[in-house]
Design a protein. Structure first.
Length: 730
């Protein structure tokens, strides 16, 4: 070490002498390199002297030629000094056992590998590695190892590929590339290990255009040469990306990018060759590519391209065992699943072409096997889909098959016919369509099918009565007006009447033809209570009431027609009673009549007394209480208008003799008592006993002449008697 220092000091002294010899006596020199050199020695900094002695005036003298020669000598001396100092510094680091990473930090090659490769200090790093390895033969280091540890295998690999294409760094990059391959090999790195080191899986399909791919391919070649291996890029990619099912989508995605298309085709060809050499069955390839899970995703999968391409290759090798893509799919999925996926794929621009081919093959296969439209409906399992069938792609498939069937077989099949048969009749189909119309996504399709059904009926000249039965509206009078099929019948009636003006029919007429008046009336009242059917119910009620009126029916006739008498007391809470009340209103308005429910019930029950007892009985049951109380109040109002009091009710209504009122039945007394309370509530009570025009009654008087039982009328015996009788009723 002392020798180096002595030599260095000698050189510095020589350089100083030369500098002084070149300086004119009158000139002032600018700062020279010596402080820089000394400082560098003190702090281990790089020594690159770049300044030379210059005249302060910068004037050209006559001895400039002499100075040029001197400058050359100076440059050589400086270069030598730089090398000596660099070597000295490296030896100093070596004495301190600096690691490769520490020396890299000292040299400050740059923050990224690309910059480091262009830095001339990289030679110093290489020199230090050589010195270090000479001293430490059991723990050698390398430039590539140091750079890899700092920047990473993948970044170093990319940078070396780029650097090799630049003139200034070609040699350095080639050397480092060779060292990198050797470094991996001596580290027992497999080709898959290097794939992972280069982080190619992170690049996805762009790995096929990455600079790192070139490095991987070089290593595969180097590995096979040194290890007598048989590794391939396809095999490395297959393992590296996690299997063929993951590699295939990458290959086929890469085919869409011009940058990666060529390499993708190379990999595809290699993949197909491997399958061909192994004579893999197409259905095995299907499983290998994991295309046997969900048919809905198969035709949209990028993996499908590999199977599509492989099948012709397989068929060329297996002439006696030809297969098709459709056949492979059908072996794993049901007809309806394949048909649904194909029809859905036809709606996608990216898969439309292959879907058309597959659908054509499927339809031709069904036709050759003699399947009818109904057979295909069953095969597609449309019935199981219910309302969802209306928006299903499978319905499109059925439609396409019917077109093919009609073309090839001169048939007259329609989708509507197939749906009617498949769903078990018009009624079931209409229920399906009604539900589908509530779904905005398929409402338009459902409306079109409904219109097609109505058109079919019209073309086949169906009578409305026949449609009524087809829609199963003749089975339940109570719910007929709430049926989802009723609007369809109404539409058809409108269409029928439009084309048959001389044979018009009405919904009411059809209902009455299948159900009795009383059943229709009951259904109408029920329908009025539902917002969904209230409108149609009101129209039908108006028509029915006017029809009765125009036919001259009395209120009693309607009561009989509604069969209310059969209900007994329960008639008062029957829905048909509401219809009777509506008719009475219409009758009185149109006929200036004075009919009432009480009047009608009085007649039906055989007199006021019997009706009164019936209503009083009805008041005692929760189910009939409200209506019975309402009708009883109506009857009491009638009696009040007729001037009756509680005693009169017993004597006039129930025909009980005054002297026998105490023997009146308990129900008759109860009615009289209820009327007395009603009377008092509606007329009022004054102290004493009051009489109407020569008839004394308990309670208040109206405009009738009063004869009060007081000092002026103490002799009115009847008033006294009636007062006593009323007291007995309390």
């Amino acid at each position: 070490m002392r020798v180096y220092i002595i030599a260095l000091l000698g050189v510095i002294g020589l350089l100083a002498c030369l500098a002084r010899a070149s300086k004119p006596a009158a000139s002032k020199l600018k700062a020279g390199p010596f402080p820089t050199i000394m400082d560098s020695l003190m702090d281990d900094q790089d020594i690159i002297p770049t300044k030379r002695l210059l005249r302060a005036s910068g004037a050209v003298t006559g001895n400039s030629e002499e100075r040029v020669g001197f400058g050359t000598i100076t440059g050589l001396v400086k270069s030598h000094v730089s090398k000596v100092v660099d070597t000295t510094r490296l030896k100093t680091w070596l004495l301190k056992n600096k690691t490769g990473a520490q020396v890299l930090d000292k040299l400050k090659l740059g923050d990224d590998i690309a910059t480091a490769l262009e830095n001339t200090k990289l030679n110093s790093l290489r020199a230090y590695a050589k010195m270090f390895n000479k001293k430490n033969s059991n723990s050698k280091i390398s430039v590539i190892g140091i750079l890899t540890a700092r920047y990473g295998d993948d970044e170093v690999a990319k940078a070396l590929v780029s650097a090799q294409k630049k003139a200034a760094t070609t040699d350095t990059a080639k050397l480092l590339r060779s060292e990198q391959l050797d470094f991996w090999l001596t580290s027992d790195k497999s080709v898959v290990d290097v794939f992972k080191l280069l982080k190619l899986s992170d690049d996805g399909y762009e790995a096929l255009t990455s600079r790192k791919l070139e490095v991987l391919e070089k290593y595969i070649e180097f590995f096979n040469q040194k290890k007598s291996g048989h590794e391939t890029l396809l095999g490395t990619f297959t393992t590296g990306f996690g299997g063929e099912e993951k590699l295939v989508p990458i290959i086929y995605y890469a085919m869409w990018d011009p940058r990666t298309q060529t390499k993708a085709r190379e990999l595809e060809a290699a993949l197909l060759r491997r399958w061909r050499d192994e004579n893999l069955q197409p259905d095995e390839v299907l499983k290998l590519l994991k295309l046997n899970g969900n048919m809905e995703h198969v035709l949209n999968s990028r993996r499908l391209g590999a199977l599509v391409t492989y099948i012709p290759t397989y068929n060329n090798k297996n002439r006696d065992n030809q297969v098709s893509l459709l056949g492979v799919l059908m072996a794993h999925y049901s007809d309806d699943a394949v048909a649904k996926a194909i029809a859905a794929a036809r709606r996608n621009l990216a898969t439309e072409e292959i879907a058309k081919k597959l659908q054509s093959q499927q339809l031709e296969g069904w036709l050759k096997s003699g399947k009818s439209a109904d057979d295909v409906f069953v095969l597609l399992k449309l019935k199981e889909d219910g309302p969802a069938a209306i928006g299903s792609p499978k319905l499109d498939t059925l439609d396409e098959y019917i077109k093919l069937l009609n073309t090839q077989k001169s048939g007259e099949e329609t989708v509507i016919k197939a749906l009617v048969t498949g769903f078990g009749g018009e009624s079931n189909l209409m229920s399906i369509l009604t539900t589908a119309k509530a779904n905005t996504q398929v409402a338009v399709k459902a409306e079109k099918l409904e219109t097609a059904l109505l058109t079919q009926w019209k073309n086949e000249k169906f009578q409305p009565e026949h449609v009524f039965k087809l829609l199963k509206l003749d089975r339940d009078a109570d719910n007929v007006l709430g049926s989802a099929n009723l609007p369809v019948l109404m539409k058809y009636i409108s269409t029928f009447n439009k084309h048959n003006p001389t044979h018009e029919v009405s919904l009411l007429g059809m209902l009455k033809a299948h159900y009795s008046d009383d059943m229709v009336a009951k259904a109408i009242v029920t329908a009025k209570r539902s917002p969904a059917t209230e409108e149609i119910a009101k129209k039908l009620q108006t028509q029915q009431l006017e029809e009765w009126l125009n036919s001259g029916k009395s209120v009693n006739d309607v009561f009989t027609l509604l069969k209310l008498k059969e209900y007994g007391l329960a008639a008062i809470i029957s829905r048909k009673m509401e219809m009777l009340e509506e008719y009475i209103k219409l009758f009185n308005r149109e006929k200036s009549g004075h009919e009432s429910v009480i009047k009608t019930l009085t007649s039906v029950f055989g007199g006021e007394g019997k009706l009164a007892v019936a209503l009083e009985t009805g008041r005692r049951y929760p189910r009939t209480n409200i209506k019975a109380t309402e009708l009883q109040s109506a009857q009491f109002s009638k009696w009040l208008d007729e001037g009756l009091d509680s005693m009169s009710v017993l004597t006039n209504v129930f025909k009980v003799k005054e002297e026998n009122v105490a023997r009146a039945s308990r129900m008759e007394k109860s009615v009289a008592k209820q009327f007395k309370a009603f009377y008092e509530d509606n007329v009022g009570v004054l102290n004493g006993v009051r009489c109407y025009t020569k008839t004394c009654v308990g309670g208040s008087s109206t405009s009738s002449e009063l004869f009060a039982l007081n000092n002026e009328a103490v002799g009115d015996f009847q008033c006294v008697l009636r007062s006593i009788l009323q007291t007995q009723l309390r």
